[in-house]
Design a binder for this molecule. Sequence first.
Ligand code: UD2
Length: 298
Amino acid sequence: NVMLRLGQKPYLTLTIISISLTGSQPDVETMTQWLAPIVWEGTFDLKMIDSIYKPQNITVATTIFALGKYTRFLRDLLESAEKHFLVGYRVHYYLFTDLPDQVPLVKLSEGRKLSVIKTESSNRWQEISLRRMERIEKLIEEKLLHKVDYMFSLDVDSKFYAHWGAESLGDLVSVVHAWFFGLSRQKFTYERRPKSQAYIPYDEGDYYYGGAVFGGRPEKVLKLVQTCRKNLDIDRANQIEALWQEESHLNKYFLYNKPTKLLSPEYLWDDTKQRPSFMKVVRFTQVVKNYTEVRPNP
Ligand code: UD2
């Protein structure tokens, strides 16, 4: 759907069917209103993309947090990443964990490495999830800025199933949450309490983005994590925690700082959800987990 704003009138919605780059593109939105691409199978020419990025010999840092029982997801995530994630590119995984002994030995391909960063845990899963922002901020400032070309942050309870390559790279990259793709903004689970810094009113918002994947150039991601961290601090001081912790703050950030590239739900699917016919490939999914069993608190 392409929304046009006409003078003082409310929105007029035009539905454009099959915006096609290759002739085989499904009937889905492939461009945002601010002209950022939404990446789907069939919207890009991988050979051309590789011919641009490969000669640049880029390095992509990837942050993963595995605290407490979440270390059990590491083997699958890393082994599947070695098969599908930016294959042929230099990838440096930065793994934050309180249990370095439980990091599995996974054979990495040439040009790829893994650094373990010992991290303090928490007895609240919400805290573990939202504190990723300040930890990524510190990592960028100390190790990534002006040293790596791109970066991603990935949830650990996930697995790659198919190609995820350089078509995903951009200045500021977000992923459209599988559960909310195609829904109207009133249905998005943004933070709705004005007391929180993550507040978004019902008449605003473009997409609902997943907290499990974001990325971009380190300097752009630094601005994102810094802003979210500051807003999380203000919320904490005001004794309010946004509905979906840092994911709520991320959504607020992307509302006013539009991502330059959106990854379609192919890049963050949910194994419990049936795949719609327009989705030709599932590249990365959240694995099914028993929340009460893996989390430190309910
Ligand atoms: C959603 C988001 C997640 C995050 C969270 C909000 C998606 C698909 N997932 O997932 O990114 O925004 O809501 O709080 O968009 N972790 C640990 N140990 C723990 C608990 C969490 O390491 O005990 C880490 C781990 O990297 C995990 C991440 O925090 O992947 C997010 O936690 P979650 O997967 O339990 O959150 P969930 O499924 O509600």
